[in-house]
Design a protein around this ligand. Structure first.
Ligand SMILES: Cc1cc2nc3c(=O)[nH]c(=O)nc-3n(C[C@H](O)[C@H](O)[C@H](O)COP(=O)(O)O)c2cc1C
Length: 379
């Protein structure tokens, strides 16, 4: 489909979503809506014909200016689905048709986990955010590894690994072995692995943001053979000094990139407009956007002191609703972008809108490939 047709289609779908579908969906329980959408996505992904229809309705117009090869992985565009939407890796067949350039499945834990008691997902509509308190609900690494081995991926796949939300993991050695179990089972599946050390909703908090604990975890991970690049996903809530320690430790190990960021737990955030905010859970969307943008440019600046081949690849995540949001992260140092909440608030055509808009912004500024724009505001 040519670009102007895709634009017209997107504008029509955006109107329908905002005026019709979203008001109906937002009257219902968020987790129930998510589960229903996921089941629908599985059904749509299961046949070539339905996948082709999804592509017709939502697919992007491919633009070579957005193509990159990063750490040996070819990305047709830089827009990925962030971890947490496809927790059990069931949507790998349908998501490429929606226009995503890559997908991160999970987070996946060593053992299956039912997650925290419901309710555990809320909307903050005025703040354009979600409050997430799932507590790493997932089928566990064994089941998901088997599912992924049987799946066909039309896209780059990242496997996000976290520690099982269980009291046994209050013991650090146990928690490390739990990470290692999931890492090992997924070590040869997909294109990259993310170590999620920043889930705000697990028992015992985020122990691996502490330097010596992260060092110990990465020592164990270093010993597990895997050809896949490794990313670490950070919280936006940790102090800059801790971030510097984490970067120094990560550079000593087999780590190739950083994802900025996970959800924020901090309630003293000027972007929270809604009056009622649950006391538990982490917040996504517009509430986390500024924090993740700040951390991204902070890390990019630090990394500039290193030779180019030693720097981490950065992934910007948090509050991307539009092409302008994505471009800001790219100019702050992100080579890749991830999102969830933007798609929920704007509609699934947002992926294609961002793809088209991003290509336009990159061209407007005189770049001939997205890679030239990475870090342009910081360098
Ligand atoms: C419903 C939901 C579930 C999430 N679950 C996970 C998860 O399992 N692992 C993870 O690393 N991040 C998880 N996240 C965080 C997202 O990956 C992302 O970092 C965050 O939502 C900010 O991006 P956004 O503003 O585009 O949603 C989740 C987010 C949402 C909204």
């Amino acid at each position: 489909m040519n670009t102007s047709l895709v634009r017209t289609r997107n504008a029509f779908e955006s109107f329908l979503y905002r005026k019709l579908l979203k008001p109906m969906l937002f009257m219902q329980d968020p987790e129930a809506v998510h589960d229903r959408m996921a089941r629908f996505g599985v059904a749509l992904g299961s046949h070539g014909l339905t996948r082709a229809l999804v592509k017709l309705f939502f697919g992007g117009a491919h633009d070579p200016i957005l193509e990159q090869t990063i750490l040996g992985i070819y990305f047709k565009n830089p827009i990925g689905l962030a971890a947490g939407f496809d927790k059990n890796a069931e949507l790998t067949a349908v998501l490429p048709a929606v226009g995503f350039g890559f997908e991160e499945v999970g987070s996946i834990t060593g053992e299956p986990c039912a997650g925290n008691p419901k309710p555990r997902l809320w909307r903050l509509p005025q703040s354009q955010s979600l409050v997430v308190y799932y507590g790493l609900k997932n089928d566990g690494a064994e089941v998901i590894a088997k599912r992924l081995r049987a799946a066909e991926f039309g896209n780059v796949i990242g496997t996000s690994v976290a520690m099982t939300n269980h009291p046994d993991n209050l013991d650090m050695r146990h928690a490390v072995l739990d990470y290692a179990k999931a890492f090992k089972l997924l070590s040869d599946i997909g294109d990259y692995t993310t170590l999620n050390i920043s889930c705000p909703n697990t028992q015992g908090g985020q122990p691996f943001i502490c330097g010596y604990k992260l060092d110990y975890l990465l020592d164990i991970i270093d010993e597990i053979p895997s050809k896949k690049p490794i990313f670490i996903k950070l919280s936006p809530d940790i102090a800059k000094k801790e971030i510097e320690d984490i970067l120094a430790i990560a550079h000593k190990h087999r780590v190739h990139g950083i994802i900025c960021t996970n959800l924020t737990k901090k309630r003293d955030n000027a972007r929270i407009i809604d009056k009622r905010v649950p006391s538990v859970g982490g917040m996504s969307g517009k509430v986390v956007q500024g924090l993740s943008d700040d951390l991204l440019s902070f890390i990019y600046k630090k990394e500039l002191a290193l030779p180019a081949d030693k720097r981490f690849v950065l992934v910007g995540c948090g509050g991307v609703f539009t092409a302008e949001d994505a471009y800001k992260k790219i100019r702050a140092g992100a080579s890749l972008i991830q999102l969830i909440t933007g798609m929920i608030y704007q509609g699934p055509q947002a992926v294609s809108e961002i793809e088209l808009g991003l290509a336009e912004l990159i061209r407007r500024d005189g770049f001939t490939n997205i890679a030239q724009a990475v870090g342009a505001d910081v360098r």
